[in-house]
Design a protein around this ligand. Structure first.
Ligand code: ADP
Ligand code: MG
Length: 650
């Protein structure tokens, strides 16, 4: 025996597992209505047998092959309306709607198979004759259950309802205040497909809801034909909107915004029919064609949704108003329950088999249920996502920190100790170097102070000797009238202490203070030098025309530069200046004498002291020789010198 259908089609079990899984199949329940009185009268045979609670067996007349179909639940003709309500799992859908899910219950099957009966019970038998409660359909039972459930929730719940029909591909509002008029079906990203200007009525009691239901049922198009005396000629959709937030918490619903909360939609499809079998003519035939066309579009969408590869591609929900409004239930984020209805009669077997195959395929269609998110819920979810990301980042950083600490602890034995030692060694070296430099600096300072003291003492000795020499000259007879003093040509005070003193026997004294004149101012020395060097100096210029040694150095390349100064010139000038100021003279110091390579430059202070010592020695010799010559030799009479002659030093 061939068996079709999904073994996982148990709606209760699947919904207990939760609809928020990756994908949830459409739940399908099969209801076989009892043989009608007309069918029994015609002697038609039943070809459907329920074997167990989930399997339907089809025994074709004439000994054809038996076929079995497996659904979430199979309910034979003996089952009551209450049995169907309990077995179908509608209450579970109601719970999900209260949690914010979009849920749909729709009946499907041949015309006259009991779809409307299953959803809303039998039509009233007459004006003012109420339908017995035991015959109330799934919708009334769900309404009663929902209102009772809401009362016991303990939180404010907003309930609203809309009711529409699709008749000849036109949407009509069954709850409109005036006569029903066609309404457009729109689409936007947040709501998907929706009916514009559809009246949504808020209700707070079961009675009000029942009145709305009766109002819609009474306005719904139905006609009589061969197979059904009260055949629905339209698809009817009653939707309950369930909002579980208080008015303060409820965000305002702007134009085009969906109401926040769950939805529970009941869809009573018009039955497919063979026009030949129903005998529809005229308007009935047009209605039948329209119904069949929309059901065909629905079947096509279901077929495409079954193909896992094509499911990702385009599904032609726009082919009909019915598929547009069922798009979310079939392929979207909703939870869907299909109640397939069939007749047991052998006369209806082709249509029954078609319905069974249709339903069997439908229960393999999957959806991804997802509760609609309010802005508050979205923000909460975003915060939750941010928190998870931060936690992940924190964990990652903690991991990195641990790894770094592990590396650091691994280094402590070898590299860390080496690094520390190296650093400590460098620090020690720097400290030692610093100490050495400090000592050197201190030694240099003390050496400088020593040299200065020595210099001072020597200068005093020189001064004493000069005074002594001057006194000696004054006591000796002079060579006649003294030549004019060259210090008249220069500032007088600066010429007084310009050693070396003249070494000629005829010392010349400054007429202002009687201090001995410098040797280059001595006319005798000029004559003596002219005799030694000839009339002109090697530079081609008279010696008298040359600048004094204390003149500032000429600029390089200057035509007026008489000669290059020697190092000894500068040394003498510096020593004289230092003697006068008793301080070290640095700015006017000459370049240090260049020694051979790899020799250290001469220390300035040391050279000065040495020079002074030599000068002192020379002075002593000078004094001695002067005294000796003074005693032996008479003075030369032609030693006159023109004023302004200034000779360079030795
Ligand atoms: P459909 O809506 O599928 O066209 P209906 O619900 O109108 O069919 O049912 C057709 C007829 O069958 C109605 O007279 C209805 O009372 C009757 N009927 C359907 N199902 C049952 C059932 N389970 N028990 C008793 N009568 C039923
Ligand atoms: Mg019907």
């Amino acid at each position: 025996m061939e068996e079709r259908g999904s073994p996982d089609g148990d709606p209760a079990r699947s919904l207990e597992q939760g609809p928020e899984g990756p994908e949830t199949p459409i739940q399908v329940v099969l209801r076989v209505r009892p043989m009608s009185a007309a069918e029994r009268r015609r002697g038609e045979q039943s070809v459907l047998y329920c074997s167990g609670t989930r399997t339907l067996q089809v025994n074709p007349p004439g000994g054809g092959p038996e076929v079995a179909f497996r659904f979430g639940a199979v309910l034979d003709g003996a089952r009551t309306q209450e049995d169907v309500f309990r077995a179908s799992g509608v209450r579970r859908l109601g719970e999900l709607a209260l949690r914010g899910f979009s849920c749909t219950v729709f009946t499907f099957g041949q015309t006259g198979s009991g779809k409307t009966y299953t959803l809303t019970g039998p039509p009233p038998q007459g004006e003012g004759v109420p339908v017995p409660p035991s015959l109330a359909g799934i919708m009334q039972r769900t309404f009663a259950w929902l209102l009772d459930r809401v009362q016991h929730l303990g939180v404010p719940v907003t309930l609203r309802a809309s009711y529409l029909e699709i008749y000849n591909e036109q949407v009509r509002d069954l709850l409109s205040l005036g006569s029903p008029r066609p309404l457009p079906v729109r689409w936007n990203k947040t709501r998907g497909f929706y009916v514009e200007q559809l009246r949504v009525v808020e209700f707070g009691s079961l009675d009000t809801l029942m009145e709305l239901l009766q109002m819609g049922l009474s306005r719904r198009r139905s006609s009589a034909h061969t197979l059904n005396q009260a055949s629905s000629r339209s698809h009817a959709l009653l939707t309950l909107y369930i909002g579980c937030q208080t008015a303060q918490q409820m965000p305002p619903v702007g134009p085009g915004e969906p109401p926040v909360g769950g939805k529970l939609c009941f869809v009573d499809l018009a039955g497919s029919e063979k026009v030949a079998a129903t005998g529809s003519r005229g308007e009935l035939m047009l209605e039948a064609n329209s119904i069949n066309r929309s059901l065909l579009a629905l079947g096509h969408c279901i077929s495409l949704l079954l193909d896992p590869q094509r499911k990702q591609s385009h599904i032609p929900f726009r082919d009909s108003k019915l598929t547009k409004l069922l798009a979310d239930s079939l392929g979207g984020r909703g939870v869907t329950l299909m109640v397939a209805c069939v007749s047991p009669s052998a006369q209806c077997l082709p249509e029954t088999l078609s319905t069974l195959r249709y339903a069997s395929r439908a229960q393999r269609v999957t959806t991804r249920p997802q509760a609609p998110k309010s802005p508050v819920a979205k923000q909460s979810q975003r915060l939750e996502t941010d928190m998870l990301q931060l936690q992940e980042e924190n964990r990652r950083l903690q991991l990195q920190l641990d790894q770094m600490e592990q590396k650091a602890s691994g280094l402590s034995g070898t590299q860390m100790a080496w690094a520390q030692r190296n650093l400590y060694g460098m620090l020690q070296e720097f400290m030692l170097e610093n100490e050495r430099l400090r000592k050197e600096k201190s030694q240099l300072r003390s050496s400088r102070d020593l040299a200065r003291n020595e210099q001072h003492v020597l200068a005093q000795q020189v001064h004493e000797l000069e005074r002594h020499l001057s006194a000696c000259y004054r006591r000796q007879p002079g060579p006649g009238p003294a030549p004019p003093c060259p210090c008249l040509m220069v500032p007088a005070p600066s010429c007084h202490a310009l050693p070396p003193l003249c070494s000629c026997p005829w010392r010349h004294l400054c007429p202002l203070c009687q201090a001995p004149l410098a040797h280059w101012a001595c006319p005798w020395r000029v004559r003596h030098l002219q005799q030694v060097l000839g009339h002109e100096a090697p530079g081609g210029r008279p010696l008298s025309a040359r600048p004094p040694p204390w003149a500032p150095p000429c600029s390089p390349g200057s035509a007026k530069c008489p000669r290059e100064r020697s190092h000894s010139d500068w040394t003498q000038t510096q020593v004289l200046a230092e003697m006068l100021t008793e301080e070290e003279v640095v700015p006017s110091a000459p370049p240090l004498p260049k020694g051979p390579p790899n020799t250290s430059p001469v220390l300035r202070g040391g050279a000065g002291v040495q020079n002074l010592a030599q000068r002192l020695e020379a002075l002593r010799d000078q004094i001695g020789s002067s005294l000796r010559r003074g005693r032996r030799q008479p003075p030369n009479s032609d030693g006159a010198q023109s004023p302004g002659q200034v000779l360079p030093p030795r």
